[in-house]
Design a binder for this molecule. Structure first.
Ligand SMILES: [Zn+2]
Length: 67
């Protein structure tokens, strides 16, 4: 996973929680999240989601078909 924080905003609407907060523009190099302005709180969540997804992908070669 590669996260690139490109901008800092003292007050911006977070893409995730839609509250006006201190935000950063983070580029996740990931189709799921992509590039988004988000607050620090949501950034941490996004990192968790993204790293969990990455773990699933590396260990999930044995995918069961969904029924
Ligand atoms: Zn947020």
């Amino acid at each position: 996973m590669n996260i690139n924080i490109s901008e800092h905003h003292t007050s911006e609407t977070c893409t995730w929680c839609e509250k006006s907060k201190e935000c950063v523009t983070a580029d996740f190099n990931d189709a799921f999240i992509g590039k988004a302005a988000m607050c620090w709180n949501c950034l941490q969540k996004a990192v968790k989601v993204s790293s969990r997804k990455e773990t699933d992908e590396t260990s999930g070669h044995n995918r069961k078909p969904t029924d």
